[in-house]
Design a protein around this ligand. Sequence first.
Ligand code: SAH
Ligand code: AVI
Length: 336
Amino acid sequence: MEPTSSPRQLARETIRIESHLDGTNERSLADDVLDGLTRPFKELPPKHFYDARGADLFDQICDLPEYYPTRAERAILEERAAEIAELTGAVELVELGSGTAAKTRVLLDALQAAGTLERYIPVDVTESMVRDCAKTLTSEYPGLRVHGVIGDFERHLDRIPPAAGPRIVAFLGGTIGNFPPGSRRRVLRQIAGLLGPGDHLLMGTDLVKDPRVLEAAYDDSQGVTAAFNRNVLHVLNRELQADFDPEDFDHVALFDPHNEWIEMRLRARREHTTLVRDLDLPVHFDAGEELRTEISAKFTPERLQSDLTAAGLELVRWLTDPDELFALSLSRIHAH
Ligand code: SAH
Ligand code: AVI
């Protein structure tokens, strides 16, 4: 039996990892698939891309010449992290959808240089990501405590430990754009619930720009994004005993100028029926029929402002790169 730790010992632990997924994630995947593949316009939520292979493909996407958001966001962080550290006085950083926490190091460096950094709390559905980044970061930042939360930020925000002082909640990469407008505001309202009066939300949002630049970023010449898109079918094959042939589908990435978002879809190359065995669900595709796998909303300052206001947040800083490709917003709960 493992010895139980006293609250004092727990507070001092260098690494603490808690998983909230046991079984519930599989159920959530099954429910999403049952809903999404029986709709007249088939759709799957993008969070199911990220098994270990999907996370690795996403990492490769971040290095592609066409995928500018990661570089632009990093450039903003490098330019403004010291200012963010000073403004927030944060002792801890909670990061939603933390992934490999590659850009996060820029923030951690700034908080460390300011002498305030104590704790990092990565939250991600991909278990290996949370575990690996806890190990690496505690060795890179001596004295840093990491409390990893393996969970779904749509369902498990209440599992994030209470703040030990002023905190930054970071939601980087533009992941908020992967939610449709109503869910986006719901998620933002829930995130606002994590903030006390001295806390800040630091959120990355991709900006509206030339559709050709946008479409190239989601349809790269090396086909990495196409492999990332098809990966969701590999996830369904493995987790739900489905029999998709991912090569039966073309990768499609289109900018929707009305909604100002990118849509990724998988288009069936031929008419066929596939079986999702665990759900006893035959799924029929006409030739050319599309399954929507992701939206990635692009923002204007006005759109972001109205989403923040709807979530009870007020903008403190709007930070962009010189080419205005991407924005980081720093906000806090609205003072009444
Ligand atoms: N923040 C990183 C990674 C962005 S990729 C960056 O800016 O580069 C999106 C990340 O969010 C992935 O690591 C994925 O596993 C995670 N993710 C997606 N949906 C999630 C959800 N509902 N709950 C928790 N993590 C999620
Ligand atoms: C994680 N998310 C913000 C990425 C995006 O740009 O919407 C996921 C992605 N999809 C295709 N390429 C990258």
